[in-house]
Design a protein around this ligand. Structure first.
Ligand SMILES: Cc1cc2nc3c(=O)[nH]c(=O)nc-3n(C[C@H](O)[C@H](O)[C@H](O)COP(=O)(O)OP(=O)(O)OC[C@H]3O[C@@H](n4cnc5c(N)ncnc54)[C@H](O)[C@@H]3O)c2cc1C
Length: 399
């Protein structure tokens, strides 16, 4: 044993929202735990996400009949708010909420979709499943960005967070328990992190798409994970603040969220059907033109002169499902006995607290000598928070 070797209860891989929330919850439950990150905190889906803490409201108007998904997510806005306001652990009061509500709009010409969606909404609301039921807004209160473009606007109590600030809050809370490691080897019951030998009681893989390589490295057969790619769109310029989904006939055509770049400029992240359609686009100039046309179609009131547009590729990494559909909720699975190794995907950023609860329950059911954590004197470099996509993208004039 060298000075850099150490034992601990749980070694968590992946510093996205899943791994960070799980690390926090495991430590609060009394386990000695360390998180290993291979690049930067949140690098991947978390920093790319649109940061909406869903409560299921969108499913109601969208006509999603997956009640299990609605049930799983209904309590998330209240739970996140309690943490963001410092009333519950993990205390994330230093992180920012950018909007307390998210909107839904039915665009002009979407009348039939409206009727179909209303039928589904009454089923979901009637079943008492929704904590964040869409409330119709009087036209005078519509956000500026939707005036002249919508026939109906609904508001939902689904907060939108500044994800970078949430990652930073976890970075500060978990100082000393986060480690950047470029080279990892699994050797029986030992894990070698850039040369340091670690003997964990249990291992959690919560590395998003990176779980695939980690599973391969321990000899697990392929097939546990699926990837659903997207090409996200961004607009930059004189844009009103908007956090809203455009729903037509059961489909979310656009989901728009607003962020500020490091120069204070407003940037819209645009997801939804358009991002799914662009998933495998090879001609990005043509895709940018298609995306701009789609935004004009559903927001005819928006003047896009002088604005810039950009795209970024993203991949949603989740537990494999039949037909590659989105899983209903979080996924935790034991993939090895010695040392006990769990793989986890949250499916949604909003569901990270539920995933952490499940991981704590799984780890608590194992027989581990608790409190084993002897950090080495020089515990290696700590990871920084990842840069967001709008700071790294190449921007073009809107076609
Ligand atoms: C474009 C987009 C928009 C989204 N919008 C929303 C939304 O509005 N609301 C919502 O609830 N959900 C949203 N989601 C889903 C949500 O972002 C993800 O479910 C969630 O962020 C996944 O978190 P994660 O921690 O599992 O993975 P990730 O965020 O991908 O994090 C994985 C981490 O593991 C690290 N890593 C990778 N390999 C290794 C390794 N070998 N060793 C150590 N570390 C490793 C990575 O560097 C990274 O830090 C969105 C997803 C996308 C792609």
């Amino acid at each position: 044993m060298t000075t850099s070797d150490f034992d601990l209860d749980v070694l968590v891989f992946g510093g996205g929202i899943a791994g960070l929330w799980a690390l926090d919850a495991l430590r609060q439950a009394g386990f000695g735990a360390l998180l290993v990150e291979s690049s930067a905190l949140g690098r991947g889906q978390t920093i790319q996400s649109q940061s909406i803490v869903h409560g299921g409201g969108k499913y109601a108007l969208r006509g999603v009949g997956d009640m299990e998904a609605v049930r799983a997510i209904a309590g998330m806005p209240a739970r996140w708010l309690a943490c963001l306001e410092g009333r519950q652990q993990p205390d994330l009061h230093k992180a920012r909420i950018v909007s307390k509500r998210c909107m839904l709009w039915l665009p002009k010409g979407g009348f039939f979709g409206d009727l179909a969606a209303k039928g589904m909404m009454s089923i979901v609301v009637g079943a008492g499943l929704l904590a964040t039921k869409p409330e119709e807004m009087p036209e005078a209160e519509w956000p500026e960005g939707l005036k002249g473009s919508a026939i109906k606007v609904y508001s939902m109590a689904e907060p939108v967070i500044d994800t970078g600030s949430v990652l930073e809050a976890f970075r500060v809370r978990q100082d000393g328990h986060l480690r950047l490691a470029k080279k990892v080897e699994f050797r029986g019951a030992e894990v070698i992190l850039d040369g340091a030998v670690v003997r964990p009681g249990a291992i959690v893989f919560a590395a998003g798409a990176g779980n695939e390589d980690l599973l391969r490295a321990i000899g697990d057969p392929p097939g546990r994970m699926q990837r659903r790619p997207l090409t996200m769109v961004m607009l930059r310029g004189h844009l009103p603040e908007l956090w809203a989904h455009c729903v037509v006939g059961g489909k979310t055509h656009l989901t728009i969220t607003t962020v500020r770049d490091s120069s204070g400029r407003a940037v819209w992240q645009v997801g939804g059907e358009i991002a799914e359609r662009g998933a495998n686009a090879t001609d990005l100039a043509a895709f940018r033109a298609d995306a701009a046309a789609e935004i004009r179609r559903f927001l005819p009131g928006l003047k896009m002169d002088g604005m810039a547009i950009a795209t970024y590729p993203a991949v949603r990494a989740e537990a494999a499902t039949s037909g590659a559909r989105r899983p209903s909720g979080v996924h935790v699975e034991k993939v090895r006995d010695n040392p006990p190794t769990l793989v986890a995907w949250p499916t949604k950023l909003a569901l990270a607290p539920v995933l952490a609860d499940e991981l704590v329950a799984h780890v608590s059911a194992l027989t581990l000598p608790t409190g084993r954590f002897a950090p080495p004197p020089s515990s290696g470099p700590a990871p920084a928070v990842s840069k967001p996509p709008w700071e790294e993208a190449t921007w073009f004039p809107v076609p």
